[in-house]
Design a binder for this molecule. Structure first.
Ligand SMILES: NC(=O)c1ccc[n+]([C@@H]2O[C@H](COP(=O)([O-])OP(=O)(O)OC[C@H]3O[C@@H](n4cnc5c(N)ncnc54)[C@H](OP(=O)(O)O)[C@@H]3O)[C@@H](O)[C@H]2O)c1
Length: 275
């Protein structure tokens, strides 16, 4: 089997895809700035070396397909991939992100055999990303209220990605990847509190107050803009429904948030603040 290039191969979904491909003895190349050769979305000169000898690519863009320039970059990368002989492209996209759909179209227009994974918010944002710190501090403050989100487990995304990369029957499919249950952010934090045995408060703030607090912490303006977009546009109720992508792709139910919280708690990740 030809090498599979995993973009974002050290990130939340990418490293899980890499692990699964290693387990199947599939040759893998990690495509990220720390990869060898290095792959950088900001430097198109790094793309061709990473694509050499590659038959399929897991395309995880950074930071988000909704940011300006993403459709152009993804389209140019996909055309280069097809020209280099990589026929199969599996794109990680965001659910309910209209802006991301321009990038999806650009990838589809490359003529590749494509599969689109439109993912809900990842469970792992609470243990491997920007929500870990507030969980450890015992108080999560976000501009998210009663709108519920069907948080999805990154392990499910990786399982679907690996199926699409290595098996037939997934080409031309758009999979809406969600968990089996809708939760508000307050409910998700309560589930983590229950699983970890910690007291963790939750406070809803306005997007304006959230942006001001992030700015005061020195968070760059473009990151603040992206977070406000995600917590307002993407979390306006449009995604408050379950998707059937995990079942369609794998023939099984997605993992529940409570199972994620129990397993993440067992790793000790939410104990780091106890010292
Ligand atoms: N988080 C969510 O809830 C969620 C939900 C739906 C969709 N998504 C989508 O998932 C994608 C990944 O986001 P994420 O937050 O989960 O990040 P992530 O994949 O956990 O982490 C970032 C990965 O990208 C690499 N990277 C960072 N900057 C890069 C650059 N300039 N060029 C090449 N690689 C770079 C990093 O490796 P190096 O540091 O070695 O470069 C790392 O492997 C985004 O497109 C996002 O829209 C996320």
């Amino acid at each position: 089997m030809q090498t599979i290039l995993v973009l974002g191969g050290t990130g939340k979904t990418g490293r899980r895809v890499v692990t699964r491909l290693h387990e199947r003895d599939v040759p893998v190349r990690i495509g990220s700035r720390s990869g060898d050769p290095a792959f950088d979305w900001e430097d198109p000169a790094t793309w061709a070396p990473a694509l050499q000898g590659v038959g399929a690519v897991y395309v995880s863009y950074y930071p988000d397909l909704a940011v300006p320039g993403a459709p152009e970059a993804v389209g140019a990368f996909a055309r280069l991939a097809v020209d280099s002989g990589a026929r199969r492209l599996v794109l990680l996209s965001g659910r309910g992100e209209e802006e991301a759909q321009a990038a999806e179209r650009a990838l589809i227009d490359s003529g590749a055999d494509w599969t689109i994974l439109r993912a809900a918010w990842f469970d792992q944002n609470f243990s491997e990303n920007y929500l870990l710190e507030p969980v450890l501090a015992g108080h999560v403050v976000l501009p998210a209220g009663d709108v519920a989100e069907p948080f999805v487990d990154a392990d499910d995304i990786a399982d679907v990605a690996v199926a699409a990369l290595t098996e037939d029957g997934h080409s031309g499919q758009v999979y809406e990847l969600t968990g089996p249950r809708l939760l508000t952010f307050a409910e998700a934090v309560a589930a983590i509190a229950a699983a970890s045995g910690r007291e963790i408060g939750y406070t809803r703030v306005s997007p304006e107050d959230y942006a001001s607090a992030l700015a005061a912490e020195g968070v760059p303006a473009d990151v603040i803009d992206l977070l406000i977009y995600l917590f307002t546009t993407v979390l306006d109720g449009r995604n408050a429904s379950l998707g059937d992508g995990v079942r369609r792709a794998l023939g099984r139910s997605p993992r529940d948030f409570a199972d994620y919280a129990r397993e993440a708690a067992a790793t000790g990740i939410w104990k780091a603040g106890d010292a």
